[in-house]
Design a protein around this ligand. Structure first.
Ligand SMILES: [Zn+2]
Length: 164
């Protein structure tokens, strides 16, 4: 069984700690619902640091290939997702202030028992398109349209002509 890592986030950041590894996709409980299958794994790294304003920061990065269904042709597709975000650890009071100010800084609540995998999963969910689709030119629907357009309707008739 996969042992989910938990960290004391403020401590982790202030000590400049690093955690990295690989987690099976099936451990990403919220994400799997959006997926076509549970194959593969996610590579991740979380690094703690302190910024110039003495704020505790987690740099969160991950890389995963998500197996989805194209919402256009309903065939399988692979969506490579890469995240690399800096998250400032805040108290609840600080979070309230930042929300009021509409600040752009990404903040999360400092947690003494932070579920690292859940945090990564959250960040990946934020990047997911609502309706994932193949890239132009790789979609089966687009290919079929092109084939149909390329066909001369009279070519079919010619094939039916009876040779005497
Ligand atoms: Zn498609």
């Amino acid at each position: 069984m996969y042992a989910r890592p938990f960290i004391d986030s403020l401590d982790f950041a202030r000590n400049g700690n690093l955690i990295n590894g690989s987690v099976p996709i099936e451990e990403l409980h919220r994400l799997v619902d959006a997926l076509n299958d549970r194959q593969g794994s996610m590579q991740f790294a979380v690094r703690g640091s302190v910024n110039k304003q003495d704020g505790a920061v987690l740099r969160v990065s991950a890389q995963v290939d998500l197996h989805l269904l194209c919402q256009r042709c309903l065939e399988k597709m692979v969506l490579p997702v890469v995240i690399d975000t800096q998250l400032l650890l805040c108290s609840q009071a600080e979070l309230d202030i930042l929300e009021d100010e509409g600040d752009e800084v990404d903040c999360i609540l400092a947690d003494t028992n932070l579920d690292v995998i859940a945090l990564l999963e959250e960040e990946i969910l934020l990047t997911l398109p609502i309706a994932p689709r193949h890239e132009a030119g790789q979609c089966e629907v687009a290919k079929n349209d092109k084939l149909a357009a390329g066909k001369n309707p009279f070519a079919v008739l010619a094939g039916l002509k009876v040779v005497k």
